[in-house]
Unconditional design. Structure first.
Length: 108
């Protein structure tokens, strides 16, 4: 009986860790390659080409010790179809998140 419990626990741990390391992906409109979270801006540009639109911001962050650091945020927008807009957000040069946006709520 304890062997079954150990095996079950092992399976639960395998599934839990495999879901936590999954990266978000975006199928590029040009070439059909995939960009994924963690890619650099250069890697995404090589895979997907230049975006339809992009924004750049620098956000200051103050930590517990009143030390200021800055996060360089760049947002790339790909207009794929009439109602299909994808935003790729980079933090300090690495792809941080991928988000589909409804074109009716696009405010840029």
């Amino acid at each position: 009986m304890t062997g079954i419990k150990v095996f079950t626990l092992f399976l639960i741990l395998i599934f839990a860790t495999s879901f936590s390391v999954m990266a978000d992906t975006y199928r590029c409109p040009i070439g059909g390659d995939f960009a994924e979270t963690g890619d650099t801006i250069g890697e995404v540009a090589d895979k997907c080409g230049q975006p339809t639109s992009k924004n750049h911001t620098v956000v200051p962050n103050v930590n517990y010790y009143n030390t200021i650091t800055y996060t360089d945020i760049e947002e790339w927008y790909f207009f794929n179809n009439y109602n299909d807009i994808t935003r790729l957000t980079f933090h300090n040069g690495r792809l941080h998140s991928i988000q589909d946006i409804d074109s009716l709520h696009y405010d840029r």
